[in-house]
Design a protein around this ligand. Structure first.
Ligand code: KG4
Length: 334
């Protein structure tokens, strides 16, 4: 079975061709980072315009790299939400159009399900059940994954996503966009104990997150410092990163313990963060938990994970979507 995956939920146009559940024939991403970087964040109107320009050539290129034609495709899996409505509509309408014209079934995928399952694009795969920490620019959530189609939300951010906090701190320090990789790079050279930033633990045993207070604390510290030289910026980044990583790791391990689960999986763009990977790995080792972290190209937005999640949803339900359905801005997984 050949699945064409299409992802356009935010600022990356991505297309993949997946054979059955594990043979990735092509997987390409067209990034819009250079367009949005001058604004210090994503401009939704520009994002959807760029998706419109990119979608047809990207589908052609993905099919070419897979050495397949559109008529070879058995299923179209497309991100239905969550995300920017204007961006989602480009990929979703495109998928509907080719589904209608070529009589190929199409299925809508929750972007979160893609992240939760992206580890299955790797050779080394976990057994169910597992706890997944999904951290990106749009989400910070902890899920219990029981099968390829059963996911239970255990905790989520009540305000900013972790990636959003990285991006905002980067903007504050005028380091550039996207902020995560730059803040991480600066942080690797700084002292994580220079500033003790707040950790929002919330109620006892809560698995929810909150990063807006942390961002404000960094802003206050910047005001106190006045002029921020390179060394101060490195220390600010290191101390901020340490606070984020501390909360993410502690709550993920807590979720595993509360649910008696021995496997943890990471996903989303922030899981590319070296400090998060290191601290999570150290904690998993000391708690005798197994940790699985997909390759960074499967952690950031990609269409391979959408094709994979769509394949499992379709084979499980055996039903395609009718043409009348619409995109959604909030995850249906909780
Ligand atoms: O999953 P993703 O590619 O897109 C969505 O947000 O859906 O994640 C992008 C986010 C951005 O906020 C970016 O700053 C963050 O992931 N990010 C990182 C790192 N690499 C990307 N955050 C921290 N450390 C990194 N190394």
């Amino acid at each position: 079975m050949l699945t064409l995956g299409i992802e356009s939920s935010c600022d990356d146009t991505a297309v993949a061709v997946l054979q059955n559940h594990n043979h990735l024939l092509s997987n390409i991403v067209s990034s819009q980072d250079d367009i949005h970087s001058k604004y210090g964040g994503i401009v939704p109107e520009l994002a959807s315009r760029k998706h419109l320009e990119a979608i047809q050539p990207m589908v052609d290129e993905a099919l070419k790299r897979a050495d397949k034609k559109l008529s070879d495709i058995d299923l179209i899996a497309v991100t239905q939400g969550p995300g920017l409505i204007g961006s989602l509509l480009v990929g979703f309408s495109f998928a509907k159009a080719i589904s209608y014209v070529k009589k190929i079934p199409y299925i809508g995928v929750d972007h979160m399900a893609g992240h939760l399952l992206s580890v299955f694009l790797e050779e080394n795969i976990p057994d169910f059940p597992y706890i997944a920490l999904i951290v990106s620019g749009g989400t910070s959530s902890i899920f219990l994954c029981n099968s390829f189609t059963e996911f239970t939300l255990l905790g989520r951010t009540r305000d900013d996503a972790a990636g959003e906090a990285f991006d905002k701190v980067s903007k504050l320090l005028e380091l550039g966009y996207p902020g995560g990789p730059i803040v991480s790079q600066y942080g690797s050279k700084g002292n994580p104990a220079e500033y003790i930033f707040p950790r929002a633990w919330l109620e006892n045993d809560s698995l929810d997150f909150s990063f807006s207070g942390l961002k404000t604390a960094v802003l206050q510290q910047c005001k106190l410092l006045g002029r921020i030289d390179r060394a101060s910026a490195e220390n600010l980044c290191a101390s901020f990163q340490e606070a984020v990583v501390d909360v993410l790791v502690t709550k993920t391990i807590r979720a595993a313990q509360q649910n008696n689960i021995s496997t943890i999986v990471l996903g989303g763009g922030v899981s590319a963060n070296a400090r998060l990977r290191q601290v999570m790995a150290d904690n998993c080792t000391s708690q005798s938990l197994q940790l699985y972290v997909p390759h960074p190209s499967f952690c950031t937005d990609n269409a391979a994970m959408i094709a994979l999640a769509g394949y499992y949803k379709f084979t499980h339900t055996q039903s395609a979507l009718p043409l009348e359905v619409d995109v959604f801005s909030r995850s249906v997984l909780g």
